[in-house]
Design a protein around this ligand. Structure first.
Ligand code: NCD
Length: 315
């Protein structure tokens, strides 16, 4: 797919997966395949977004997501500015809306926002004139992560439909899990969530997933095993007895993995806590782990999203 193909992407913003349909998702993934190819060549730069301004507004710490969005914008020729809370007036007490209005007055074309509060990108989108991309909001959604995970799976397995995907660990606090569950359901995969009851959301039954509390059952015959970070920064109080016990019951090691399909693929959005949710022996085994491919696909997917949103076909 190239930039001259007839594409109808009728979205002004990318706020969550719920607003996308299978056609939208397939379009993003196919365009991202094209950008993934370009990224493996010496000349990675295009000028599709030349003259456009992208502001990355990160209210939460981030390494890979911010870098990935920055690279994606730069490879498409945009001027990219990174604003992190530590260096902004937010520290001086400015509200999100005031920050948004200030930035809006500078006429950006895209705002990428990461924020600790669920719904912050949606609020921002109502206040600014440009496209808004959700780079992760609280424990709500992280749509580009789900898209890059889907692209990684599709490249390795050739499809999403019918695959058994086990998402394991701290589902309760994970925006990655919520976006993945939404996307995988739209694309016809079978989604399982696996974790201790304290880390399974109370509305799990309504999420279109099968719930398991034992790795030996949840991982059985799984095609994809997606591990999540134990997100202690979002926990108020104690959700697991101890890290050692958590690893014993829910940390992915060779033994727990042995019940999955022999060609099961291991994924993790990063950052990883080695020895907490995943054993290094598994994380670093390139035959089974797709973790670095996820990072690679992150740039490609974000290029595709920036490209599609900049076409301005939204009603
Ligand atoms: C995830 C996030 O920030 O939600 N990481 C990421 O975007 N690469 C997952 C996490 O923080 O555990």
């Amino acid at each position: 797919m190239t930039n001259t193909d007839p594409i109808r992407f009728a979205h002004r913003h990318l706020l969550d997966i719920a607003r996308l349909n299978a056609t939208d998702i397939n379009q993003i993934l196919s365009l991202a395949e094209h950008y993934a190819e370009i990224a493996r060549t010496p000349d990675k730069k295009r000028d599709l977004l030349r003259g456009k301004t992208q502001i990355n507004l990160f209210f939460e710490n981030s390494t890979r997501t911010r870098t990935s969005f920055e690279l994606a914008g730069k490879r498409l020729g945009a001027d990219v500015i990174n604003m992190s809370v530590g260096s902004s007036s937010v520290k001086k007490g400015e509200t999100l809306i005031d920050t948004a209005m200030t930035l809006n007055a500078m006429h950006p074309d895209v705002l990428v926002i990461r924020h600790g509060d669920s719904g912050a990108p949606h609020l921002l989108a109502q206040k600014v004139d440009c496209a808004v991309i959700n780079g992760g909001d609280g424990s709500h959604e992280h749509p580009t992560q789900a898209l890059l995970d889907a692209l990684t799976i599709r490249r390795r397995k050739g499809r999403l439909e019918g695959l058994i995907v086990a998402i394991c660990g701290d589902i309760q606090h994970s925006r990655v899990a919520r976006s993945n569950i939404a996307l995988l359901n739209i694309m016809g995969a079978r989604v399982r969530i696996v974790g201790p009851t304290t880390l399974i959301p109370s509305n799990a039954a309504k999420m279109g997933v099968e719930v398991y509390n034992k790795m030996s059952e949840g991982l059985k015959d799984a095609d994809i095993v997606m591990m999540l970070r134990l997100q202690t920064e979002r926990m108020q109080g104690s959700f697991v007895p101890s890290i050692r016990e958590y690893f014993h019951f829910f940390g992915l090691d060779k033994e727990k993995l042995s019940v999955a399909k022999p060609d099961a693929l291991i994924m993790h959005p990063g950052p990883m806590n080695r020895g907490v949710e995943i054993d290094s022996e598994i994380a670093d085994d390139l035959n089974i782990s797709a973790i670095s491919e996820q990072v690679e696909m992150g740039v490609a997917v974000r290029m595709a999203c920036l490209d599609l949103l900049s076409r301005g076909t939204a009603a």
